[in-house]
Design a binder for this molecule. Structure first.
Ligand code: 1GP
Length: 256
């Protein structure tokens, strides 16, 4: 059986990476698109290209075997497997850790505390490991599944001060990660100026995702201050991009 790092070690690694200017690349896998055929291929490719984290989840998941798929991924590789949940129903004990998302850019109480209450007893029982995360939606140029499903309005892309203050408040509340997301398949990724400004105002690791489609876009986000880059959609269109984006993200390590 392949040994996986314990959750506190994963988070400590992310903190160390931030402190040392090392950039990490996370691939987001949509459980609905994982099949017995493509799962081993995607995991093999992730290992071969040296990605750092596998995120699994989404704002709307229709399959009922996410736990089994996560267990299968863990059989195949030693990469940290972290759930990026759309709701309490995606809490899977098989994962190494869960991003416990508070949707701090919105004012939907269900996604600020309601889902957390629902998830608490089950999670406590199975001993899930959490990374409390200030999750912020940034307008990506068109409505996304996550903005529709969450009943929240994203922060306008040109309102950097709102993003900065929201991220600062998330950190002050004790959240251990900040994730700026333009939403899966966003037309426009999170603006570089916004990444730079938010990064200067927080000390916790900063995750950036949504609409990143090229190695250059990933590199630009890293040089602006992103600590972890998340890509999902573009890799579903073109799996070969995985290696190119991983190389672009890791090339930033030599520059820092
Ligand atoms: C979505 O940030 C993730 O929540 C990844 O977005 O699928 O557009 O890469 P993409």
């Amino acid at each position: 059986m392949i040994k996986h790092p314990p959750a506190p070690y994963i988070y400590t690694q992310w903190q160390h990476a931030k402190q040392s200017g090392q950039k990490l690349f996370a691939v987001l896998l949509d459980p609905d698109h994982l099949t017995p055929d493509n799962l081993p291929m995607l995991v093999g490719q992730a290992v071969a290209t040296g990605i750092d984290v596998l995120l699994v989840g989404g704002s709307l998941v229709m399959c009922h075997d996410m736990d089994a798929k996560i267990a299968r991924i863990k059989e195949l590789c030693a990469l940290p497997v972290v759930i990026f949940p759309g709701g309490a129903q995606q809490i899977c004990p098989a994962a190494d850790a869960i991003l416990l998302l508070s949707l701090v850019s919105g004012r939907n109480p269900d996604l600020l505390i309601g889902q957390h209450v629902v998830a608490a007893p089950c999670s406590k029982k199975v001993g899930s490991n959490y990374f409390p995360t200030g999750y912020m939606l940034i307008d990506g140029g068109a409505p996304t599944t996550v903005s529709y499903m969450s009943h929240t309005t994203p922060i306008p892309a040109d309102k950097t001060p709102i993003a900065v203050c929201t991220a600062m408040a998330a950190e002050m509340l004790g959240l251990r990660l900040v994730y700026l997301d333009a939403g899966s398949g966003a037309r426009r990724a999170v603006p570089i100026d916004m990444i730079r400004a938010v990064s200067r105002h927080i000390a916790v690791p900063l995750i950036i995702g949504g609409g990143i489609r090229s190695p250059q876009a990933a590199a630009d986000a890293c040089s602006a201050g992103a600590d972890i880059i998340v890509v999902g959609n573009a890799l579903e269109q073109n799996a070969q991009l995985m290696g190119d984006i991983a190389a672009a993200v890791h090339a930033q390590n030599r520059l820092s």
